[in-house]
Design a protein around this ligand. Structure first.
Ligand code: ASP
Length: 578
């Protein structure tokens, strides 16, 4: 029997039509001589009615059996407004049981209380649930909009190798041993970074790829060992060109999927972003800015602050509008504990109440200082001020974390808003205490700011780059940069991160060679597809938007990967287990 309609499609207008439907049994109810079955497929659910002529034929039918039926569309007496097909049902005239099903280990329903491990083990059943199907369909739509948008703009989709030479993005590589060439390994790409730059040298001008990337990291909740990037690279461009193209793509996706016209994208240089929000991916759905109010305490008698300032630290503060009476003693203690997680030693606060100023440091600060804080933060009666005195990075990030927490706790966040922000001018390097050297903050192919080239060797700490991130609602959606297109400069950057020319040539000789044959200026982005779909699907769980995800310990519970292999396989690969 070939189906005439899907299970989400029939309406009152179809009454009296003969139809053939196929699907899974979602529910069965017996009513004396009548049996009702909800038949489900990807598009929806349709109610079937079997009378006494057919009840024997379906006596064994249970949930998740696969059926096909012929019948006639009839109007329902008890309509179900919750169902798209709720006005009608099918009076079945004949039925074929295509397949039976064992009782499923998880219930196939929109809501589930099954353990995530069980859901992952039976992922193919979990994927029968509508919310997950919707997520995969959403992901498909985002990919299609992206392909169409970029193709219309003259971008060419090019696939790059999965078996390749290690591409440095700062994570550990997954390695694949070579059978043919004993003792050598391929790496799985952490991103197609080198290839996309080589494609610019090849003259492709505008490249994109919906690319799988692999990083062998200890997984955080929102990471997977393999993930997908919308990877884009363009020649003859500057930052503005890349941003304009990216904004256009985001606007199109949000318009088509959410029906929203996005507000203008904001921009902030990294240092300013850290100073104001204590994060390089701030949530701008609420205001509450942080301020450096160290000046207020230049001559303070308060020993603790004085000491920290002397040691080069700062006092970072934020005001909570009408916050003076919003927190119990216990809640304030909890906030103390919270900032300690971010390395701050203490959280000071002042309440500017109707009957004077109180709070943890009210007694130790002078009246002038309290007044100066009030001016610096534009404090009004009823406001609460939080302060953290520490080294700059700690003070900024701990107060930034507190800001984010308060945003949630005080319900300041507009859950329906999307606030996009370009964070620009990232530092070129980060100091790695572990390796006792500077490492590339983005990746070593990122161009330094033109005016900072001299600082590459002399003053790496203050050397800034042409890297940028696009941030939305507290998440990093993409990063990218304008690249180095000059071999000499590229070598200098390797030198600055302590890589000898020999090592550089060993690792990327092919890449450096290519630079000698006329490299165009170029730049691009890598957009996290999962992150984007998570945002559109309103979920914080990356596994909700991946068909066959792995657990936090990088295991696939369904197939049992990774798993041991046969001795013979190891032999062929010239490997021996330790
Ligand atoms: N390859 C970079 C990344 O994965 C993105 C880029 O610079 O285009 O973060």
């Amino acid at each position: 029997m070939k189906r005439t309609h899907n299970n989400g499609e029939l309406r009152i207008q179809n009454v009296n039509e003969p139809v053939t439907l196929i699907g899974w049994v979602a529910k069965r109810r017996n009513f004396g001589s009548l049996v009702f079955i909800d038949l489900r497929d990807r598009e929806g659910i349709t109610q079937l009615v079997f009378d006494e002529r057919l009840t024997d034929a379906i006596s064994e039918v249970r949930n998740e059996y696969v059926l096909s039926v012929n019948g006639t569309v009839v109007e329902r007496k008890d309509k179900n407004p919750k169902l798209a097909t709720g006005d009608i049902e099918i009076a079945v005239t004949d039925v074929k049981i295509i397949n039976s099903a064992k009782t499923t280990p998880i219930i196939i329903a929109d809501e589930t209380d099954a353990l995530e491990d069980t859901r992952l083990k039976y992922r193919y059943l979990d994927l029968r649930r509508k919310p997950l199907q919707q997520n995969l369909i959403l992901r498909h739509r985002v990919a299609m909009i992206t392909r169409n948008y970029l193709s219309d703009q003259g971008f060419i989709e090019v696939e790059t190798p999965i078996l390749c030479k290690s591409t440095p993005e700062g994570a550990r590589d997954y390695l694949v041993p070579s059978r043919i060439s004993e003792g050598t390994f391929y790496a799985l790409p952490q991103s197609p970074q080198l290839y996309k730059q080589l494609l610019m040298i090849s003259g492709m001008e505008k490249y994109f790829q919906i690319a799988r990337c692999f990083r062998d990291e200890d997984l955080r909740a929102d990471r997977q060992p393999e993930f997908t990037q919308i990877d884009i690279e363009m020649s003859f461009v500057e930052e503005e060109d890349v941003w304009e193209m990216t904004e256009g793509l985001m606007r199109k996706i949000f318009r088509e999927i959410k029906g929203i016209d996005l507000e203008p994208f904001l921009r902030l240089p990294y240092e300013e972003c850290m100073a104001k929000y204590g994060s390089d991916k701030p949530d701008l759905r609420f205001d509450m800015e942080c301020h450096n109010i160290s000046e207020v305490f230049r001559n303070t008698e308060f020993k603790l602050f004085a000491q920290i300032l002397e040691q080069g630290g700062i006092v970072q503060a934020l005001a909570v509008k009408q916050g003076a009476t919003r927190f119990s003693r216990k809640e304030l203690d909890q906030l103390q504990e919270y900032v300690k997680v971010y390395g701050a030693k203490a959280l000071a606060y002042l309440k500017y109440g109707e009957d004077g100023i109180s709070g943890s440091v009210a007694k130790v600060l002078s009246d002038e200082e309290k007044a100066a804080i009030q001016t610096a933060l534009q404090v009004e009666n009823g406001d609460l001020v939080f302060m953290i005195a520490d080294q700059m990075h700690t003070a900024q990030t701990a107060l930034g974390a507190l800001r984010q927490k308060l945003g949630h706790q005080l319900e300041l966040i507009d859950e329906n808003a999307y606030r996009f922000l370009w964070v620009t001018n990232f530092p070129m390097f980060e100091y790695s205490a572990e390796e006792e050297r500077y490492v590339a903050a983005h990746h070593p192919f990122t161009a330094p700011n033109e005016e900072d080239v001299d600082k590459l060797m002399n003053d790496p700490k203050h050397c800034y780059s042409r890297a940028y991130d696009l941030v939305v609602n507290g998440y990093e959606l993409l990063s990218g940069s304008i690249r180095i297109h000059d071999q000499e400069l590229q070598e200098k950057v390797f030198e600055a991160i302590g890589m000898s020319m020999e090592e550089a040539h060993n690792k990327f000789g092919f890449f450096l060679d290519a630079f000698q044959y006329g490299t165009p200026p170029h730049g691009g982005v890598g957009i996290g597809l999962e992150r984007l779909v998570m945002l559109l699907a309103n979920t914080d769980n990356i596994r909700d938007v991946v068909a066959f995800p792995k657990t936090a310990s990088a295991a696939d519970l369904m197939s049992d990967a990774p798993s041991p292999v046969y001795e013979q396989q190891l032999d062929e690969l010239h490997l021996k287990l330790k």
